[in-house]
Ligand binder design. Structure first.
Ligand code: FAD
Ligand code: UDP
Length: 382
């Protein structure tokens, strides 16, 4: 009976899952989680492939990394983590380079043999050819970091495919997700903690939702059952914020992804978990080969699973994955944020609910904070 629940969480991704867990564990209150998809876990979900047993990430490889002790401790209650550290390679004009841009990338592309100090001077020279003292968008930021030649090789084409948006309209912090290094460190992330859950993300969600106070329902859209909920319910909403307000201030732009899975009959197809394709005329952005995410497992060797990732604008019926965040989007979002502030019984959270490009650890960190700052005050009178 849906009307029994005072706490409703819409969406079972990491934001919703962490919220439900806090409500059940700290408040010891029953909580109803409504999930539109057929499984729990949102985009972070992973599951063994029924045909090969290889753990696949159906929404793209999800690498867990954080420098937050609070987040690492929280997730550590639901899983042990492997020591996997992510590396990415990128293909450009028939050759393979290490990504993010580091000393090896630079030396290989230009046929040089620079030391770190020489590379510093080299990159400064590259950037000085087209100076942006106050870079205000992705393109200016990227060129100010590495210069136009590296930008055009490794960033321009990939970014064009990923966003189909003028890179001068994209926020600079999309590119500063990637470090630029003057040494041979080619790890993708800089965080203190990194790894993959030993038995997959689905096991994490199974454990979170095993709490007897959490009642999770899949294949259930909040908007279909809203009328059956208690009028005084406290709702944690992690769906798209523009959908919540019936698009009354216009549609936010989102990117969605199409994934194409193949199971070639070889032990190892590309030699690593993720290869990016930098050139614009290759239609996909990257290829995932999931067996490499768990080198500690003994997978069969007669087949592997690869997945090509294609990016495009989300239409009304597509799953939104990435907020595009152009200046026009920010203006629309600000109007929704003002409306959200008036919804005193609703907490908006997560990638979709706050229109922010959050990684898993940031979604969890935001949920732990929002529980303290937004949910607790609704329950405990100040
Ligand atoms: P989501 O996981 O999107 O969950 C939202 C849930 O709400 C969904 O399950 C949706 O079905 C449900 N929902 C929406 N509307 C309704 C409704 N009306 N009724 C019921 N349910 C509804 N992060 C990392 O840290 N490392 C990575 O390597 C990484 N790689 C990524 C790769 C890709 C391709 C993508 C798209 C994201 C990646 N992320 C990564 C980010 C990660 O997916 C997010 O940080 C995380 O999923 C955010 O959790 P969330 O709860 O905000 O949203
Ligand atoms: N990017 C790029 N070339 C690459 C990898 C990334 O230009 O080989 C840019 C691109 O704009 C991308 C952004 O950097 O959207 C962030 O990359 P990241 O790998 O963090 O994206 P995600 O894994 O979140 O899709």
């Amino acid at each position: 009976n849906l009307s029994e629940f005072r706490f409703i969480v819409v969406g079972s991704g990491f934001f919703g899952a962490a919220m439900a867990e806090r409500i059940a564990t700290i408040l010891r209150e029953p909580v109803l989680v409504l999930e539109r998809r057929h499984h729990l876990g949102g985009n972070s979900y992973s599951v063994p492939d029924p045909e090969t047993g290889i753990e696949i990430h159906p929404y793209g490889s999800h690498l867990f990394h954080t420098s937050s002790d609070a987040v690492w401790q929280w997730i550590g209650r639901f899983s042990r983590f492997t020591h996997y550290r992510h590396r990415v390679f990128t293909r450009y004009r028939g050759r393979t380079y290490t990504m993010p841009i580091n000393l090896m990338t630079l030396n290989t592309l230009f046929g040089l043999d620079l030391t770190p100090e020489q590379a510093r001077g080299f990159l400064a020279g590259e950037a000085a050819r087209e100076p942006y003292p106050d870079p205000a968008n992705l393109e200016e930021k990227a060129i100010s970091l590495v210069g136009r030649r590296l930008y055009e090789a490794f960033i321009k084409g990939y970014t064009a495919k990923q966003w189909e948006t003028d890179p001068r309209e994209l926020p600079a912090d999309v590119i500063t997700r990637l470090p630029v290094r003057l040494n041979y460190n080619d790890f993708y992330f800089n965080d203190i903690y990194e790894g993959l859950p030993v038995d997959g993300y689905h096991a994490i969600f199974d454990r979170i939702f095993a709490n007897s106070l959490i009642h999770a329902v899949t294949n259930c859209d909040f908007f279909d059952v809203r009328a059956l909920l208690r009028p005084d319910a406290i709702v944690i909403y992690t769906g798209p914020i523009d959908r919540y307000f019936d698009y009354c201030c216009g549609r936010l732009s989102w990117r969605t992804l199409d994934f194409q899975i193949e199971r070639p009959p070889v032990a190892d197809w590309q030699g690593t978990a993720v290869v990016n394709y930098a050139e614009q005329d290759v239609p996909f952005t990257r290829i995932h080969e999931f067996r490499h995410l768990h080198p500690e497992r003994r997978y069969r060797c007669d087949r592997t699973v690869i997945m090509r990732e294609y990016s495009r604008f989300a239409t009304a019926t597509d799953e939104p994955y990435y907020p595009v965040n152009t200046p026009a989007d920010r203006r629309i979002y600000d109007q929704y944020a003002a409306l959200a502030a008036q919804e005193t019984q609703v907490v908006f959270g997560g990638r979709l609910g706050t229109y922010r490009y959050l990684d898993m650890h940031q979604a969890i960190g935001a949920a732990l904070k929002a529980f303290e700052r937004e949910v607790m005050p609704l329950v405990v009178p100040a």
